[in-house]
Design a protein around this ligand. Structure first.
Ligand code: FAD
Ligand code: FES
Length: 269
């Protein structure tokens, strides 16, 4: 693991929606699906971004222009330099997922680590059972990685829901739980991997529980604010755990009581 940022060349930049770009970087970091890197822009700062690919030759980063650092990353161009350190964290528990059916659920840029996992599955198809994929976006304009979703529809059971676009001809209207209720996944011998806003992971987990899935078979990606990314500064603490070092992927039965404690102590303030 590297604590020093290294400079890499940006080999391509693709735009999605108004405020999301996919940067492809030539490098051999090969992060495990669900882990992340710290990306920095000199003089501005750095921020954590999930690996959106699974390759020995390159790394893809899907970046939403959300503030100070991400807007500076957003301005980087093809053939320019980008500074990256890592990878960091514990990703999806690949060994435990083998021979199981998988449900992959993502909202917005949460599609990034899920894409890395899908790439892994595509490269190792025989290791897994049935694959159900649910994506939630606001409207058609904000659907990310459209072309890849089309390709995945030919390989897996893929369902896309738009929360506020009644006029879309291509996608269904509905929140992620509506889409899951309409197109029920197999839940026997199944593990679910979720990434997106906590409110979305909450409703999707409620739906999985309704279908009979236990919390020990559900994993959440916790995208907390971070600084050091290796368990030293305490910025990303969730009670006694560090999102950067113990996560960002956590088994839901492990993280739920800590999130409940956090919420009840905030309510008590
Ligand atoms: C493990 C991990 C993986 C991530 N992967 C991706 C990814 O693949 N693509 C992507 O676009 N973003 C990802 N993020 C979120 C990204 O790191 C933040 O958007 C970024 O740090 C914002 O920094 P900024 O300086 O641009 O914004 P700031 O100017 O610092 O903040 C802008 C706004 O965003 C909020 N914010 C900042 N950081 C976070 C955060 N971690 N979670 C929620 N809200 C935040 C702030 O409260 C503020 O309202 C990830 C975060 C983590 C922890
Ligand atoms: S970011 Fe510093 S401890 Fe997690």
């Amino acid at each position: 693991m590297s604590y020093q940022p290294k400079s890499y060349k940006i080999s391509s930049v693709e735009s999605y929606a108004k405020d999301v770009k996919l940067f492809k970087i030539k490098c051999n970091l090969n992060p495990s699906p669900g882990t992340f890197v710290e990306v920095s822009v000199p003089g501005i700062g750095e921020c954590p971004l999930a690996s959106c690919s699974h390759s020995r030759d390159y790394l893809e980063l899907l970046t939403k222009n959300a503030g100070n650092v991400t807007s500076a990353i957003f301005n980087l161009r093809k053939n320019g330099s980008i500074f990256v350190r890592g990878p960091y964290g514990k990703g999806f528990p690949i060994e435990e997922l083998k021979s199981r059916n998988l449900i992959l659920i993502a909202g917005g840029t949460g599609i990034a680590p899920i894409t890395s996992m899908i790439n892994y599955i595509e490269q190792n198809k025989k290791l897994f059972g049935k694959i159900f994929i649910y994506f939630g976006f606001r409207d058609e304009e904000n659907v990310l990685l459209k072309e890849r979703i089309k390709k995945w529809e030919e390989e897996f059971h893929v369902f896309v829901g738009l929360s506020s676009d009644p006029d879309s001809h291509e996608y269904e209207k509905g929140f992620i739980n509506d889409i899951m209720e309409r197109h029920k996944p197999d839940v026997e011998n199944t593990v679910a991997l979720l990434c997106g806003p906590e409110i979305m992971m909450n409703v999707a987990t409620g739906e999985l529980n309704k279908l009979g899935m236990q919390n020990e078979n559900i994993y959440w990606s916790m995208e907390r604010r971070m600084e050091c990314a290796f368990g030293s500064c305490g910025r990303c603490q969730i009670q006694d755990l560090y999102a950067c070092k113990d996560g960002p992927i956590f088994r839901y039965d492990v993280i739920k009581p800590r999130l409940d404690n956090e919420n009840s102590s905030q309510e008590g303030r």
